[in-house]
Ligand binder design. Structure first.
Ligand SMILES: [Zn+2]
Length: 437
């Protein structure tokens, strides 16, 4: 064997091989119904599940937007089922910005690189190989699992989880709770390692601002300019500093971090700053955010257009959507129309109960003495759609990460990469949880 442990095919753990295979299936989701490869990825996942003796079911509510589910019978079928879900799509990657081919699934320095390595083909592979570990050993999970992989998560689940929940609610029969992405990973708190467990998500408001004016020649004195009007509104909104507003989850989050760091609990931003690269990710959980993400206007350098548009990605704390909309209306001022493009609920579940206890205990068995901290995520997941069926969702994709790795910065970022030993760790924790809970 002349291959090194880093690159050797034979040495590559199955969880990393699956994640790499999934990265190599380009499932770019451009939004607005345009996407690649989800059917191929769903068929890859379905074939793997079928090989384990399961019976995958597919649902394609829109051609090529493929969702796949298999129920894994548990030892005690009278217990409520647990949904374990992932999404197969990824956000676009601009190859020139990356150090590697984003869809090459390269392995370098013990890390797997590529679009989806973090969000969330890592967890997809952990889910599949955890189920495989349990079934191949002749065991069964403690309770029924509804293993589901969705399309279109990166566009709010509009052609994925939202339609699956509407048209295939029977897939989730008997399920009361779900686990998925963006939680369970470790962060650095001072010289300690701690884990974040996601128990809530901010609500999502994707808005379009539209300014109208009079069209005209670009050489004229022309105060009624839609581009100017829009630019002022976008700048005002983009520069707004939203006040900190705590919820039960963020209060507990700050209390635990305050105890760990010795920082006073009444300075939330200082506490968030103490957790290294995850700080801006966590600061977003304490307040509304409203980021301009797109601008469209004009068609010729010497023509003033009569319309200009901006896209704003707004994330608000659960239950404050109407208040935030009223604030935004005031900030952008008269003369700007606000259209809601996508709106979805916020979620918040108590950091308690049997599943939470089981997740904390599973992490504790594999990384003793590392505290587990509840947090409210600034973004959204398919747990929003599942909440419509009364299913409480958590973010639990366990990864023990090396110090200093800006993991949260790699969600939708360039050079997404995950340590292979973190994947192996995560699969062990997840297998343990699914066997025992
Ligand atoms: Zn994701």
């Amino acid at each position: 064997m002349i291959e090194s442990a880093d690159t050797g095919e034979a040495a590559l753990p199955e969880v990393a091989r699956l994640a790499r295979d999934l990265i190599r299936i380009d499932t770019t989701n451009y939004g607005g119904g345009r996407a690649l490869g989800e059917r191929e990825a769903a068929e890859y996942v379905g074939a793997y599940l079928a090989e384990l003796g399961l019976e995958p079911q597919y649902y394609e509510p829109v051609p090529r937007r493929t969702n796949v589910m298999a129920r894994v019978p548990g030892r005690d079928r009278s217990l409520p089922a647990l949904v374990v879900h992932g999404h197969l799509d990824v956000v676009p990657a601009v190859a020139e910005d990356w150090s590697v081919d984003p869809f090459g699934g390269e392995i370098r320095d013990g890390l797997l690189w590529g679009r989806g390595a973090v969000d969330m083909k890592d967890m997809d592979a952990m889910i599949l190989t955890s189920v495989a570990d349990i079934l191949r050993s002749g065991d069964r999970p403690a309770r029924d699992l509804v293993v589901t992989f969705f399309a279109d998560e990166e566009n709010g689940g509009v052609e994925g989880s939202q339609l699956v929940v509407r048209d295939r609610p029977e897939w989730f029969a008997g399920a009361t709770e779900a686990i998925s992405e963006v939680g369970g990973f470790s962060i650095d708190v001072g010289d300690r390692r701690a884990y974040l467990l996601q128990v809530g998500e901010k609500a999502l408001l994707w808005l379009r601002l539209v300014a109208r004016g009079a069209a005209g020649h670009g050489s004229r004195v022309h105060p009624d300019n839609a581009v100017t009007r829009l630019a002022e509104a976008v700048a005002a909104l983009g520069r707004t500093e939203w006040p900190i507003r705590l919820t039960p989850t963020t209060t507990e989050f700050l209390d635990v971090l305050s105890a760990l760091t010795g920082l006073p609990p009444d300075d939330p931003d200082a506490i968030a700053d103490s957790v290294g690269p995850a700080a801006s990710f966590l600061k977003a959980t304490l307040r509304t955010t409203a980021n301009p993400t797109g601008l469209t206007a004009g068609y010729k350098h010497n023509v003033i257009p009569d319309r200009a548009e901006a896209l704003i990605d707004v994330r608000v704390l659960p239950g404050t959507e109407e208040a935030a909309l009223a604030d935004i209306r005031r900030i952008v001022g008269d003369g700007i129309a606000i259209e809601t493009v996508v709106r979805d609920v916020g979620l918040e579940t108590p950091f308690s109960g049997d599943l939470v206890d089981a997740m904390v205990a599973a992490l504790g068995r594999h990384d003793p003495d590392a505290p587990v901290i509840p947090y409210l995520m600034g973004a959204g997941t398919d747990n929003k759609a599942l909440s419509r069926l009364g299913i409480a969702g958590y973010g639990f994709a366990p990864l023990r990460l090396p110090r200093g790795l800006d993991f949260t910065g790699m969600f939708h970022g360039v050079d997404e990469r995950v340590p292979i030993d973190a994947l192996v760790f995560g699969q062990r924790v997840l297998t343990d949880l699914l066997r025992s809970f």
